[in-house]
Structures are given as C-alpha cells and as structure tokens.
Design a binder for this molecule. Sequence first.
Ligand code: MF3
Ligand code: CO
Length: 253
Amino acid sequence: MHEAQAHAGRVVAGALQLMKTLTEQGERNTLELNNAAEKYMFERDVYPSCKGYEPAWNSSRVYQYGTCISVNHEIGHGPPSSDKMLVDGDVVKFDIVGSHQGWHVDAAITVAIGEISERNVALLKLTEQALTLGIEQAVVGNTVGHITRTIAKFALDNQLGIVAGLNGHGIGQDIHELPNIPNSGLGSTEPLKAGQTICIEPMFTLGSGDNRLLQDGWTIVTLDGSCAAHFEHTVCVGENPLILTTESGIITP
Ligand code: MF3
Ligand code: CO
C-alpha cells in the first residue's frame, strides 16, 4: 500500500456517500450526482481516474466522467446523463476510481432510491455481506482462490446470480493490475502478498449472471433484465485486511 492511497480512499468513500446523501434530498439526475462527486474529489486533490480513461477492454474509447452510475438491470460502467432521472424504487450503483499522487483506489456502493422491493432489499444486503466475507479472506497465507470461493459459495447458497466475466483486480499505479479476482469458479492458487492492494467486488443479480454491452459501448446490463447489485472496496492484504475506502480512514472489518 502507498500512503497516497489512504487519502484517495477516504475521499472516494466520501464522494460515494455524498452522491447517496444527495439522492435522499430530492430527485436528481445522474449527471448532477457525477458533477457533485467530481467537484468533491477535485477539491480534495483526488483525481477521478475514470475521466479520460481508455480501458484496455474498450479499444480507443475514452470515458468522459469521474463516476459510473448504473440503474436497476444495469450492472456497471453506466455513463452519467442529465436524461437519467432517479425515481422511487430504483436500485443505483455508484462506482468511483480516484487517485492521489498517481496512486489509485476503487470503490462502489449500491443504494435504494426511496422504497424498493423486499427482494431488492435482500439483494443489496447479501451482496454487501459477500464483500465483507471476501475481505475477511484477504490475509497473508491465503490465496486469491479463498476470496473467489467465499464469494461464489455465498451467492450460490443464497440463490443469487453471479455476474459473469467481471472480476475484482489488483490496483496501484494502474487501475487494473494483476491478480484477477473472479467472483465465481474454483479460484486460483496464487498467494496473496502482504502490502498488496486489491479490489474485491461481488456483483450479484436476482436472476442469471449473463450480461451484454449496450449500444453506448459502456453500460453492461443483465441479459434477463434482472436487478443487479455491486459493492466494492480497495483492501490492503496483511495479517489483518485493511479497508482503504472508508470515509473515516483505514479500518479492519
Ligand atoms: N471501477 C470500474 C472497473 O473497475 C472502472 C471503470 S472505468 C470506466 O471496471 F472508464 F470504464 F468507466
Ligand atoms: Co469499481
């Protein structure tokens, strides 16, 4: 872990909470929320790393925003838009990468707008719980597979779909570094190393985990239209795992 990531972690967590709070104060479109989050980060010397990012998996496309905001059956990478008004009953995923002095962190939360269905409430609670269980495995002596299998088993035990093809990942001076940290399958035998920073990010659905890319070239949606949830933290591996992306500073779950 680099010291700069601790600062970026607090600020990214604060920006996620700011967007959540704004949705509680009245109707918002997703571009307003993005702009507030970007401003919050810039004021604290954290760059919203997705802004201007050209992902390896999206040849020659440049992402224009500091946040990804994805609603209901949208799983992730949703570009904010002034046409996208959040309304009562929506399930919204906020995902932010931020960097300080070139060092990145990545975090995501899923938020209910007003009243959401009981099944959606359960989906959110269980996905967040899977993240906590996964983080508890991020200790020296374990492998990447311990995280994968813990998250995968929890989804299966709770009859939730696991989003296929989207993984957690290492993070540092690049947004996406090795190792890959899948949420399904048998898991790899790659040992976790002390001081390594990784993103753990269960993405579950109320249906199947199959998904497709929308025409916009960014937004990933469930194939069956089922609702998706996503929670993510950046974690430093150690004797105890350290969560970097909390507003109060580094914590152990
Ligand atoms: N947190 C997202 C990820 O790990 C970041 C996406 S950046 C974007 O995939 F440019 F694709 F939006
Ligand atoms: Co993310």
